[in-house]
Design a protein around this ligand. Structure first.
Ligand SMILES: [Zn+2]
Length: 398
């Protein structure tokens, strides 16, 4: 396995012999190219090998004809501190999720912290601490964007200003705290937006004691940037209401693993029918009562591709480029200047699908052969996915 350069930067990395290159861009999901060149964690060239400057690479990777896609983004997780979740008393869940191809996770609130403060000074302090802690510590190399305060009644504009100035860029799911009425939520969403803080609303029935029902009217009135787990987390609104949300709102449609699977399919199909597939993003909502799901995003991709009949190359965009664009991240797309965060996949051994994409469309999850973050190899063959038919190899310096 390639050691990161002593500086922690990747140096020059060349990935050649890519069999299928998924871009993450829903308008052009497959790229006609077989080579990626990286300098210090950023993509500097994408094309055919003959057209790329591949000389003097610090690390040379032979993809051996496998598929390279942007690292997957889990748009909805509930981390607490480090690589530990009190929700299921589990260690190492983030590093384990790296083995499911996830390179970035976005907190929807550090709601599981035992004794979580609910007073305004306390909730702001927790958010700032979580943002700092995960900025300084990446389990397995995974980028965890945390520090998402659970907002409570009584917060005023200056609280949002203070949070933004301290580097907090996300709100935890609205509805997990005492703010539940549409008008109150709408005011807080406006303040957050004014200071560049992105908002997500909990959609559906209560998830944990203290949370409540957030129905379609509240979601529409609050107008948060992201319709969090539109398929419920766990309990979904009626399917007709979910379709109405897709139609009447223009905000992001977030579909999660820990929600209602039937409604997940309906929401994705509705987005396609409304010709707004770029609004669909995927999350797990883990760790939660359903546990930790290291393969949660890959399972969502296989579910939506196979049962909602959406081409697999488009569904991968739900978990990569769509999320990156909606959340203004520099990862999630394979283009020059973007972060070199990739997942290498191949069809699982003995799947009925003849190609990777066909296997996913048949409902099988792919085998992960390598994961790279910032141009550095973070794991080889996944210990969690079924074994990939072919895996890439680090062949050393050029
Ligand atoms: Zn959640």
């Amino acid at each position: 396995m390639a050691d990161p350069a002593p500086t922690g930067k990747s140096g020059k990395v060349v990935i050649r012999n890519i069999g299928l290159l998924l871009s993450g861009d829903i308008d052009r999901p497959v790229l006609d190219a077989d080579t990626i060149v990286i300098h210090d964690g950023l993509i500097t060239a994408v094309g055919f090998e003959a057209d790329c400057d591949t000389a003097r690479a610090t690390t040379l990777i032979d993809a051996r004809g496998t598929c390279v896609a942007p690292g997957l983004i889990d748009s909805h997780v509930h981390p607490v501190f480090g690589d530990w979740t009190p929700r299921q008393s589990q260690l190492g869940w983030i590093e384990s999720t790296l083995h499911g191809g996830v390179t970035t996770m976005i907190s929807a609130g550090e709601v599981h912290l035992p004794g979580r403060p609910k007073d305004i000074v306390g909730l702001k302090a927790l958010a700032i601490t979580a943002q700092r802690a995960f900025d300084n510590f990446r389990p397995g190399g995974v980028k965890v964007l945390a520090g998402a305060p659970i907002i409570e009644t009584g917060m005023v504009e200056s609280d949002f200003k203070e949070l933004a100035a301290a580097g907090v860029g996300l709100l935890g799911e609205i509805g997990l705290g005492s703010v539940k009425a549409g008008a109150e939520a709408a005011q807080m969403v406006k303040w957050a937006r004014q200071y560049g803080i992105q908002s997500t609303i909990h959609t559906g029935g209560p998830s944990i004691p203290g949370s409540g029902l957030i129905d379609k009217d509240v979601v529409l009135e609050a107008d948060a940037d992201i319709i969090g787990h539109i398929n419920g987390g766990h309990t979904s609104l009626p399917e007709a209401h979910v379709c109405e949300l897709c139609e009447k709102s223009s905000r992001a449609i977030e579909i999660v693993h820990n929600g209602n699977e039937r409604v997940a399919i309906a929401a994705a199909q509705m987005a396609l029918q409304l010709k707004c597939p770029h609004r669909v993003i995927l999350g797990t909502d883990g760790p939660a009562g359903s546990g930790v799901q290291p393969l949660g995003i890959l399972r969502m991709v296989a579910l939506l591709s196979s049962l909602a009949n959406i081409p697999a190359e488009l569904v991968f965009c739900f978990a990569t480029g769509n999320t990156a664009r909606i959340r203004q991240l520099n990862c999630g797309l394979i283009e020059v200047g973007r972060d070199a965060d990739f997942v290498f996949m191949d069809r699982a051994q003995h799947t009925a699908g003849r190609t990777l994409l066909e296997s996913v469309q048949l409902g099988d999850i792919p085998g992960v052969g390598m994961v790279m973050i910032d141009g550095i190899v973070r794991c080889g063959r996944s210990r969690n996915t079924p074994p990939a038919t072919e895996v890439p190899v680090v062949v050393g310096a050029h």
